[in-house]
Design a protein around this ligand. Structure first.
Ligand SMILES: [Zn+2]
Length: 367
């Protein structure tokens, strides 16, 4: 991968979601004493981690979705962690796939935005363990797309083990920005959320010419606005573009080029302009999302080739909310899961080799 040298690979032949990997999973050297754990292809939980050696200590930027994957990542970095153990964690945001390995570093400083710390306990690992079990049952209920929900969530959660996780939030928080110096290395933490979540921040290390963008930036994967406003994500991406750095590490996917950042901006601008007239005409959000995904504008755009295109549904709901339109028809026995049932119905999820492939039409099938 341009801008990085693979120094320790897992050698896996398939991604966690069962796709053909577009790059090697493993530890990459980004420059002197700076590393990233990059996980193909950047889908659910396939999260990138930063490892920044600062003399005889190391700073981690994010941890993995569960403890086994966090330990695996640490194992590949053992060659330098032995001399420079992890001293501190910086969490870019509160999604579990970026911070549920924090407990392995209890007692060491953990930094995040105040908004991230406020959000970090909203989701509980036990809920996902329960969902792993219930998705098996859902998969056998061929009514109203409940089976599609079961397969969708089952494939998303299958590679992970959520038992034993105790969510550990920040010991030190900030709002706006925070300079941080660890072992003579200067970090600049900059809050650019809300957008992807309530409390997104990016981490700039000027002397290393590296930027860790968290989930404000995805590469080769459809981004998602859980929190919004989408305009803030666009603003954040423009800020990221303006940094004079050699390496930009996204939250998911391979290292970013300037063109990748621009394509994300194009996606968000396209989504807003495609959706706004539909919303104004009173088209419901499910149908509007479907129309966006089947439009020529989408099919001809680079983002039609990204993974997880069905996530557009979540971002469409966020935009509808921003425009004051009620979308929360998540009542009934499925409760909030109905959101994911509707999202599952929009996408064709290619899952692991031994799992079923669902039957819904998609603008694109993953390799
Ligand atoms: Zn993420």
């Amino acid at each position: 991968m341009k801008g990085a040298k693979l120094i320790s690979a897992t050698g896996r032949q398939l991604t966690r979601m069962g796709a053909r990997p577009l790059f090697d999973e493993g530890l990459y050297e980004l420059g002197r004493d700076s590393y990233a754990w990059l996980v193909p292809n950047g889908s659910w939980g396939e999260t990138n981690i930063g490892l920044v050696r600062c003399g005889d200590q190391t700073v981690l930027i994010d941890t993995c979705w569960d403890l086994p994957h966090t330990r695996e990542m640490l194992g590949h970095a053992d060659q330098f962690l032995r001399d420079a153990p992890v001293h501190a964690i910086i969490n870019t945001h509160a999604d579990g796939d970026h911070c549920w390995g924090n407990q392995l570093f209890a007692g060491r400083p953990i930094y995040s935005t105040r908004a991230c710390a406020d959000q970090i306990h909203h989701h509980k690992p036990i809920q996902l363990t329960a969902l792993q079990w219930s998705s098996k049952i859902f998969s056998g209920i061929p009514t109203n797309g409940v089976d599609a929900l079961g397969r969708y969530m089952g494939a998303m959660l299958k590679p992970y083990r959520f038992s034993g996780i105790k969510v550990l939030g920040a010991s030190q928080t900030f709002s706006g920005e925070m300079p941080l110096e660890i072992g003579n290395v200067k970090f600049h933490l900059l809050e650019l959320g809300p957008g992807h979540t309530d409390g997104d921040c990016i981490v700039h290390i000027p002397e290393r010419r590296i930027l860790f963008a968290g989930d404000l930036l995805f590469v080769g994967v459809t981004p998602v606005a859980w929190a919004g406003p989408v305009s803030n994500i666009i603003k954040a991406l423009k800020r990221i573009q303006a940094f004079d750095v050699d390496v930009i590490v996204p939250g998911h996917g391979p290292l970013a080029t300037q063109e990748d950042v621009q394509q994300q901006i194009d996606y968000w601008e396209w989504l807003q302009s495609e959706l706004a007239p539909l919303a104004a005409k009173g088209v419901n959000v499910d149908e509007a999302a479907q129309l966006c995904l089947s439009s020529m504008g989408f099919r001809n755009a680079p983002f039609a080739k990204w993974a997880d295109t069905e996530r557009l549904f979540t971002s469409a709901c966020t935009l509808y909310r921003e425009w004051g339109i009620e979308t929360a028809k998540y009542r009934g026995p499925l409760g909030q899961l109905d959101h994911f049932r509707r999202q599952a119905l929009l996408g064709s999820v290619t899952v692991g080799p031994e799992s079923a492939t669902d039957t819904f039409e998609s603008p694109r099938k993953r390799p």
